[in-house]
Design a protein around this ligand. Structure first.
Ligand SMILES: [Zn+2]
Length: 281
């Protein structure tokens, strides 16, 4: 290892600067969303079976709630513009804007060149958890999704019910695609209910048993027309391992609610990002 320079302590003592101060982000009108939610009625629901995934549609201005039922279970969520699959959830930029984990009032942002809010979190029954002594927190945008390629790389196994494969099958079935057509649409997820962080000593991604219990939920306002896909992770509560059938797994419930007509006033979907895309030419 390289010898530390004489001023190493001073260099390490430099205070960090937030990369993307987010106080200029357009703030969601949570009061409006919650008032509209009060009078909203359920229009659809889907139960995601353990170690499987399912798709659902949510119209702009509607709400969707993901609930733990029967037992502690984490879910891997993908979102697309329902009319343009090239606009999809951008986990990395959401992380840069809001931090490693998301909660009420924060938003799920879409990919370039759109970069606009796809969904806004309006309720989170795990918001009490905060950041624990290990640096862990809930609902992360730091993991990717469990996948069979990494499992094969690390363990040589062929396992077919990782979230990546579950989402691939669900998208293929929903859109009438082959698996090879559907797979490239699967992207890095929001890890709903998952408790994760990075170890302080080695900087490694860790998971621990989710604090989620039946009845806990995470609820969103759909900013645009959405196609969603949710996988009930084979890791169950992710207390031990995830690329196998050994963990106890439970279903997840997705419910969609529509507000009463006029409840959102003159609210409109956010426009696509305003960058002119000339890239200096
Ligand atoms: Zn998973």
């Amino acid at each position: 290892m390289t010898h530390a320079p004489a001023d190493a302590v001073a260099r390490r003592a430099v205070a960090p600067v937030i990369c993307y101060p987010n106080d200029t982000l357009p703030a969601p009108d949570l009061a409006l969303y919650r008032a509209a939610r009060e009078g909203a009625g359920k229009v659809a629901e889907v139960v995601v079976a353990p170690r499987e995934a399912a798709c659902f549609l949510v119209g702009a201005g509607q709400f969707f709630r993901i609930t733990s039922v029967e037992g502690p279970q984490v879910g891997d969520l993908n979102l697309w513009n329902a009319h343009d699959l090239s606009e999809r959830f951008y986990s990395g930029k959401t992380r840069a804007l809001h931090g490693t984990h998301v909660t009420t009032g924060e938003r799920l942002w879409s990919s370039f060149p759109h970069l606009r809010p796809m969904a806004t979190i309006i309720a989170d029954t795990l918001d009490w958890y905060g950041i624990d002594d290990f640096g862990g927190s809930v609902h992360d945008v730091i993991g990717t999704r469990c996948d069979p390629y990494t499992g094969t790389l690390l363990s040589g196994v062929q396992y077919h019910h990782c979230c990546h494969s579950n989402l691939t099958r669900a998208v293929a079935d929903e859109l009438g695609m082959s698996l090879s057509e559907a797979e490239p649409h699967v992207h890095d997820v929001l890890n709903v209910f998952m408790c994760t962080g990075f170890t302080r000593d080695t900087g490694q991604y860790f998971m621990k048993a989710s604090p989620v219990r039946p009845g806990d939920h995470l609820e969103f306002f759909a900013e645009i027309d959405l196609l969603g896909a949710l996988s009930a992770c084979p890791g169950g509560d992710c207390s031990s391992e995830h690329t196998s059938d050994t963990a106890a797994c439970f279903p997840l419930l997705v419910e969609v609610f529509a507000p009463a007509p006029g409840a959102l006033g003159d609210w409109q979907s956010p426009p696509r990002n305003g960058y002119d895309r000339s890239h200096g030419r």
